[in-house]
Ligand binder design. Structure first.
Ligand SMILES: *Cc1c(COP(=O)(O)O)cnc(C)c1O
Length: 349
């Protein structure tokens, strides 16, 4: 079920188009001015999101990047320290916004191959009360952990982290861009999975197929402050219900099917694993991402591979000089996966 133009796009789940049901709902969504708090569709979306994650309140944002930034600016003041994984999205891919716009000081802890940070490293990262130190105010964990192979992080682990940081008055934020992929893979109820977090953001615009938007969830007081910071950043939107209508369908209809994407990621891994020129880069897929590395003794260039696949209407993206990441989503079905495996094997043969 490639896109209408026949393209099969494995580069990311951000490329997903809205479904027909989303387009219909968007066209007829009840709307109002959301900066006045008067958009009924956004109010419904924020309430539903908060309920789903077991938090008091939600805030619709234009992007996941802004939702993470708002969370950091709400938890931390200028000169405070936020601790995060060195393979985390906030460190790697958010343009240094927390420092540029918030004066927040990042401390990095190495991500282990399963996406977690070691509990020992977490304890070590917390600053003691010393005139020379910034104050550690926040830990950010990512779930699923994109750059570690899309690994889901367990509830038990998150609880252990919270037991370390809570007594120190440090908050825990979850970058849950793909939190529903994590809950699906782990067989957890989403609200249970994030119960230890003070705040969590998730993307509507990735595997859930909405065209735009993320939601930040937390306590009423946290979201009240966050709403003001969103406005400060220029993220107050007016008749946003047009977008929110797609978000509601994303929550109602698109979460329960994510296991299909996970099955298809495994199909890809199974279909390519025995090829002599490649190795599975970050282990066997746990959610909707497959990472491979082309071994040095294979003479095909990455550019050739991308170009030859594109000739067939299949788009793939690099995750390193000889590395690729294939992401499955709603717009890729079993036939698309088979076509991809066949073409890929032919090129590598
Ligand atoms: C995509 C993503 C974000 C940011 O979302 P945008 O909507 O693209 O700004 C944040 N964290 C993770 C882990 C992501 O994958």
């Amino acid at each position: 079920m490639a896109f209408e133009n026949g393209i099969i796009d494995f580069r990311s789940d951000t490329v997903t188009h809205p479904t027909k049901a989303m387009r219909t709902a968007m066209a007829s969504a009840p709307i109002g001015d959301d900066v006045y708090g008067e958009d009924p569709t956004i109010n419904t979306l924020e309430k539903k999101s908060a309920e789903l994650l077991g938090k008091e309140a939600g805030l619709f944002t234009p992007s996941g990047t802004m939702a993470n930034l708002i969370a950091v600016l709400t938890h931390c003041g200028r000169g405070d320290e936020a601790v995060m994984g060195d393979n985390g999205h906030t460190f790697l891919h958010e343009v240094g916004g927390i420092s540029a716009l918030g004066g927040v000081f990042p401390q990095l802890v190495p991500n282990l191959p399963d996406g977690t940070l070691s509990l020992e490293d977490i304890k070590r990262a917390i600053r003691i009360d010393d005139i020379h130190h910034p104050e550690t105010k926040l830990f950010i964990l990512e779930n699923t952990q994109n750059h570690c192979g899309g690994y889901p992080i367990t509830r038990e682990y998150l609880k252990s982290v919270s037991e370390i940081v809570k007594p120190e008055d440090i908050s825990l934020h979850i970058d849950g861009a793909r939190i529903f992929n994590a809950s699906m893979a782990l067989g957890e109820v989403p609200s249970d999975l994030v119960e230890s977090a003070d705040s969590v953001m998730f993307c509507l615009s990735k595997g859930l197929c909405a065209p735009v938007g993320s939601v930040l969830c937390g306590s009423k007081e946290f979201i009240k402050k966050s709403r003001k910071i969103r406005k400060q950043l220029g993220g107050g939107m007016r008749q946003a219900g047009i977008l929110g209508a797609a978000g509601i369908i994303a929550l109602d209809e698109m979460i329960d099917r994510l296991d299909k994407d996970h099955d298809r990621a495994k199909m890809i891994a199974d279909g390519l694993e025995d090829l002599p020129g490649i190795t599975l880069d970050k282990g066997y897929p746990q959610t909707n991402m497959v990472f491979i590395e082309i071994l040095d003794d294979h003479n095909i260039s990455s550019d050739t591979l991308i170009a030859e696949m594109a000739e067939e209407g299949i788009l793939i993206g690099m995750s390193g000089p000889r590395n690729f990441r294939f992401v499955t989503h709603y717009w890729i079905n079993d036939d698309d996966v088979q076509k991809f495996i066949q073409k890929f094997r032919q090129l590598m043969g």
